[in-house]
Write a protein that binds this ligand. Sequence first.
Ligand code: PEP
Ligand code: MN
Length: 491
Amino acid sequence: MNGHGPNGASSVPPDDWSPSSWRTKPTKQQVVYEDESAVAKSRAKLQSVPPIVTSTEIWKLRRALADVAQGKAFLLQGGDCAELFDYCNDSAIDSKIKLLLQMSLVLIWGGNKPVVRIARMAGQYAKPRSSPMEKTADGRDVPSFRGDILNGFPEDQRKIDPDRLVQAYFHSAATLNYVRAQIASGIADLHNPLDWNLGRVGDPSVEGKYKMIVESISESLRFMRTVGADTAGQLETVDLYTSHEGLLLEYEEALTRRLRHPSNRTGPPRMKLAAGPKVSPLTGGALTDNSIQEPETTGYYNTSAHFLWVGDRTRQPDHAHIEYFRGIENPIGIKVGPTTSAEDLVQLLDIVNPNKEVGKVTLITRYGEGKVGDLLPKHIEAVRRTPHVVVWQCDPMHGNTRSTSTGIKTRSFHSVFNELSAALRIHKECDSFLGGVHLELTGDPVTECTGGSQGLQDEDLGERYETFCDPRLNEKQALELAFLVAGSQRE
Ligand code: PEP
Ligand code: MN
């Protein structure tokens, strides 16, 4: 029935959908496990463990993203390109939480609206690769690293290992457990002073501008404390949601649960037509029309993260990933790039969001600084001609990757900022607005992207080049980007 009830209304979850219906479709980035019985064992384990996130939390984020889609809040999403199981340690987690918090304060200052924070963390373990094999330094062909959930980075660990599915769950749960504990213990308590040190800022006028913003934020916080504006404890804690690319459907399916909707779900309850002819309780005769409706009280939730996105390589409308994504209640993202046609984009929205729910879908645009000017207006216009109200989020990282002359994968801060500021400007010119940013970043002082206030050059990248996939902004570059965005939001 193509997800349509007898009266033509779309039903959610669609009638012809199940957590495993993706298996009937062609799958990009397919994983071939050699040992099916080991996979079955991991699957059974994942199906029995408790959810990592709850439907109540998922709906809280859905509501927050509905606000973002309507311009009432801004979305900040960031974290590693490839999260390793080894990043499940207190200092790596602490520095990322603190950085996201600090960036969000700057963005609140800039946009004068609340900021919704989503970490690319506690589950960002699967990576799409352009080639299944790669060359080692000494010229051998080895399977590519596909993320800790599949294989290991060291060359002798490249064989796909089904036990990693279960390890991913426990690392994800341990990470989120620590995040929750730290937030409950006051890591995000704004009564504590924050470290705003940007290191050496080359240009004194830029430094002066940042200092002014920090002073303005600190002053506002002081004022709120003084006047007792914190009676509800709002300065003590924040919401931080988790996300990852929903790439490894074997894992996502196993953690998908049919759950009762939380009572605080917003909007009118969606009605699902009861199936088949019914017998009238009064006359005992068969009811031939479909006038009996039952409130739909349950739905399918991906309980591995609050938010999942479909990557640029796996978003074909008739393929497995979109099939999986159309059935879950979570808010979802779709990467949109130079190869996304306007027709595909509209078709995708209709498939994954048949009921046109506001803010259910975040379009994560990643064109590259040279292409955003041509492509973004066309995509904005295509969506405008539909009833869909989406969150427009800019990922200024993935269209701006380049190789240095010595073959190191990097991104220049300048290009990242150019795409982001172009997206801000273009949305304004098109009578739309940018709802958020999606960044690859780390709280550590790595040297993976060039530029920024420290003026990192290609030659400096060797110093602390630590990523196992794409280059990330370091903590100073990420904070600086927030300052620049906030500055242009205020212009
Ligand atoms: C990513 O976000 O790490 C990624 C692989 O992005 P994209 O799908 O946009 O290439
Ligand atoms: Mn990446």
